[in-house]
Design a protein around this ligand. Structure first.
Ligand SMILES: [Zn+2]
Length: 72
């Protein structure tokens, strides 16, 4: 299911299904392997296997970095 030929890239990011925050992460590094994946939201405290996914333009995420990013 890869779409090609578009000028814009879209990225799928995981968001909290409760508050919509992107400040969400997997609970354990083992999740998805031995156990069902579980996520925790650092904003509202939601914890569970269900997360929402949204697609955003790549420009939207990297927009504030600009062309000069070689100051690493
Ligand atoms: Zn949340």
């Amino acid at each position: 299911m890869v779409e090609v030929g578009k000028s814009k890239k879209t990225i799928r990011i995981t968001v909290c299904p409760v508050c919509g925050s992107t400040n969400i992460r997997k609970v354990s590094p083992f999740s998805g392997w031995l156990l069902p994946e579980e996520y925790v939201c650092l904003d509202c405290g939601y914890r569970g296997p269900i997360v929402a996914e949204i697609e955003v333009d790549e420009d939207e995420i990297e927009g504030d970095r600009g062309p000069d990013r070689d100051d690493i």
